[in-house]
Design a protein around this ligand. Structure first.
Ligand SMILES: NC(=O)c1ccc[n+]([C@@H]2O[C@H](COP(=O)([O-])OP(=O)(O)OC[C@H]3O[C@@H](n4cnc5c(N)ncnc54)[C@H](O)[C@@H]3O)[C@@H](O)[C@H]2O)c1
Ligand SMILES: O=C(O)C(=O)C[C@@H](O)[C@H](O)[C@H](O)COP(=O)(O)O
Ligand SMILES: [Zn+2]
Length: 368
């Protein structure tokens, strides 16, 4: 088993990574949580594959629990659906000693985390991530929230989980498209801060995506260690944490424009967004042509989209995409902070980016 600690004064927790953790969840949660009552939040797909094992392990550990199942997909994370969910959860008779268990991908983690942050002004919660994306990224670091009409994750809270149980066996049932979406965030770690890891992905990406336990477990643990280190230094994104947003300013704009629907998954949007960020870095004279081409080659070889005009439902206009970017949480005094690359594994934030260059990136990628 890999154990990655997330060191946060008074709110430190561990990420456990291994096959078979869901079946042991009750026993693993017991020493960490004082709560005797749990509420499991999951979605219909995850429930079909993994809920029975989780419920059996909670029962075996003598937990009283309720389960709430929501429809799958990004729409479950809509601000306007949250009141109904909150009422449903409150209807279960929550008490301060109740804790939530998020069993699912990033949508469930963000939603359950936000419910835990806000209901009764804050309850404990445990993350049991079941997508690659959630195991390497969203279950770690305490960003929780929901999407508003004006943009992605605009209503939320920083609320750290008490424990993360990343059961690699849960990924056995994950569809290939979801593996790829998670893999895009894995590539992000290489690009933002670890050129050797990017090179490893170029070599072993297919093995990882095939679920080979050794390489997969090592790659998941590596990403968690990188994220834990960044979050420990900058929990609330005052500086370095923004690097985890590489590709997201562009990607979130695409997600907003496609209505958070099934045509474009978050990770897919991030892949296109990283390519746009790489292009912007190249146009600013920061990233060489060879590195730019290398990023595109790897994303394409993996099967990810890299261009705006590959997204179903287009054509998309640069004007509208740029409008969406104005709602990014990294905007200060009206100026967007872009995460750019000076080379593979060397990213930084910059605000003074000429708007016409951003437009050129969009149109070169097929926006009109
Ligand atoms: N909080 C953060 O730090 C953070 C980081 C990255 C992404 N996110 C958010 O995470 C969300 C994306 O998460 P995601 O990609 O995990 O999507 P998701 O939660 O929608 O899950 C993807 C799909 O896979 C299904 N699924 C999940 N686990 C499964 C399994 N083991 N077997 C079969 N099907 C399974 C789900 O039902 C869903 O249909 C976005 O909303 C994004 O904004 C948050
Ligand atoms: O943990 C972080 O910090 C991240 O930025 C991780 C991202 O992958 C994730 O998509 C996050 O939800 C984006 O946050 P936001 O603040 O841009 O909404
Ligand atoms: Zn992301």
């Amino acid at each position: 088993m890999s154990l990655v600690p997330v060191a946060l004064a008074g709110r430190s927790y561990d990420i456990l990574i291994e096959r078979g953790l869901i079946a042991r969840a009750g026993a693993l949660i017991r020493p960490v949580l004082g709560a005797r009552r749990l509420v499991v939040l999951t979605d219909e797909n995850v429930a079909r594959h993994h809920l029975a094992a989780l419920e059996a392990s909670l029962a075996a550990a003598d937990y009283r629990f309720d389960t709430v199942v929501v429809p799958p997909g990004e729409q479950a994370k809509d601000l306007h659906r949250f009141p109904e969910l909150a009422e449903r959860l409150l209807g279960l008779g929550l008490e301060r000693g109740t804790a939530f268990v998020a069993l699912g991908g990033g949508v469930i983690g963000d939603l359950a985390g936000f419910a835990a942050a806000t209901l009764l002004r804050g309850l404990d919660f445990v993350q049991v991530p079941t997508t690659l994306l959630a195991q390497i990224d969203s279950s770690v670091g305490g960003k929780t929230g929901v999407n508003a009409r004006r943009g992605k994750n605009l209503v939320g809270a920083f609320h750290q989980p008490r424990l993360v149980l990343a059961d690699l066996a849960a990924l056995d049932t994950l569809p290939r498209r979801e593996w790829l979406a998670g893999y895009a965030e894995m590539v992000k770690y290489g690009l933002l801060g670890d050129a050797d890891f990017f090179a490893r992905l170029e070599r072993d990406g297919e093995v990882i995506l095939a679920g080979a336990p050794g390489p997969l477990g090592e790659a998941v643990a590596h990403c968690c260690r990188m994220k834990a280190e960044i979050v420990a230094e900058d929990e609330r994104e005052a500086g370095r944490r923004a690097l985890l947003n590489l590709g997201h300013t562009f990607g979130h704009a695409l997600e907003a424009e496609t209505g958070y629907g099934p045509d474009l998954l978050h990770g897919e949007a991030v892949a296109i967004g990283m390519m746009l960020a790489a292009d912007l870095s190249r146009r600013l004279g920061l990233l060489g042509e060879a590195d730019f081409a290398r990023i595109g080659r790897h994303l394409t070889a993996t099967g990810l989209m890299t261009r705006v005009d590959q997204v179903p439902g287009g054509p998309f206009t640069a004007d509208r995409l740029i409008q969406h970017m104005a709602h990014d949480k990294k905007v200060a005094e009206g100026r967007i902070a872009f995460v750019l690359m000076r080379g593979l594994g060397d990213s930084f934030q910059r605000r003074d980016v000429p708007p016409e260059l951003v437009r050129d990136c969009f149109t070169t990628a097929g926006a009109v």
